[in-house]
Design a protein around this ligand. Structure first.
Ligand SMILES: [Zn+2]
Length: 311
């Protein structure tokens, strides 16, 4: 309410009648603007706890960020920056707006802290797509791509060098293979599909557990020998394949084989191990028939759920 009526009674009556504010003439224009801002600030609803932009979802109550349902770990500062950007999706925010929101102050002009956080966010949000691919040379030196590699890359490079058939080397710590690694045993074949590993299973325990250079990688490759499914003592698994399709199928099958075998050890009767002759007879049929079917299905499934994978 803007008026020349300036008694206390007038002002009280105006406010009680529903005015948000009461300004008496003559007034300074700056004060009017400041008061309008103050009134509109009071009326702004609190930002919603859940913000969604595309398949990116941020929940400020639960402190979670997901991309297409997959959780992405965030530090508190990364979370605060992302929350501000998502609440203002489509709008430009100045550097100082972001800094005031996240650090409660302007950072020094020469600070590149904000750039560091933005770069990290870009990486995390890009994770899961084809942009994650990197190219390395035979010694593990990155030639192209944004990511770096760990010294454990020599698990791969030296096995590639030693084994022409190991075109693809998959290493990881899947639950059941790693569990058998902790128990100190290799899986045995109790299911037909595991026959794809007949005579190609190894348990490797004579290594120091940390592959930090090419020599350690070469020593490990020697102990692996010709195996395509390997349990590493107290560590994890290595599966090799001649093609990407074969390696992927064998990696999934190896973990399933380890699960079958571990569960069978818990059963009251001893597991029936498939005789080696039978396993060797089935093996070539599995090698030929299973990988392409599995791979095609897996690719279709991936592209349906994450169409941006190829972008
Ligand atoms: Zn590992």
């Amino acid at each position: 309410m803007l008026t020349a009526r300036d008694s206390v009674d007038d002002r009280v009556r105006g406010l009680e009648a529903g005015a948000d504010d009461y300004l008496v003439k003559p007034f300074a224009f700056r004060e009017l603007v400041a008061r309008i801002r103050a009134v509109t600030r009071r009326h702004q609803p609190p930002p919603p706890a859940v913000v969604e932009v595309g398949d990116l979802r941020l929940d400020a109550d639960a402190w979670t960020v997901t991309i297409a349902g997959q959780p992405v770990a965030m530090t508190p500062k990364e979370f605060a920056i992302l929350e501000l950007l998502m609440q203002n999706a489509g709008r430009l925010l100045s550097r100082s707006q972001i800094e005031e929101h996240v650090w409660d102050t302007d950072l020094h002009t020469e600070s590149n802290l904000l750039e560091v956080y933005i770069a990290r966010l870009r990486r995390k949000l890009a994770a899961g797509g084809a942009t994650d691919l990197i190219t390395i040379d035979a010694d593990g030196v990155v030639i192209a791509g944004e990511w770096d590699v760990t010294p454990a890359v020599h698990i791969h490079t030296e096995l590639h060098r030693a084994r022409p058939d190991a075109t693809v080397v998959i290493h990881g710590h899947p639950y059941y293979a790693t569990l058998l690694g902790g128990l100190g045993i290799a899986p045995e074949i109790i299911h037909q599909n595991s026959s794809i590993f007949a005579r190609d299973i190894a348990f490797v325990d004579e290594y120091d557990g940390l592959i930090g250079n090419a020599d350690a990688g070469a020593a490990l490759a020697e102990r692996i020998g010709t195996a395509t499914g390997v349990v590493l003592a107290n560590h994890g698994a290595i599966v090799t394949g001649r093609t990407i399709a074969e390696a992927c199928y064998q990696a999934v099958t190896f973990e399933r084989m380890c699960k079958f075998y571990y569960d069978s050890l818990l059963a009251p009767q001893k597991p029936r191990i498939l005789p080696e002759d039978a396993a060797l007879a089935i093996k070539p049929h599995l090698k030929q028939g299973c990988p392409p079917v599995f791979w095609d299905g897996a690719v279709r499934q991936l592209l349906r759920s994450e169409p941006e994978t190829l972008s």
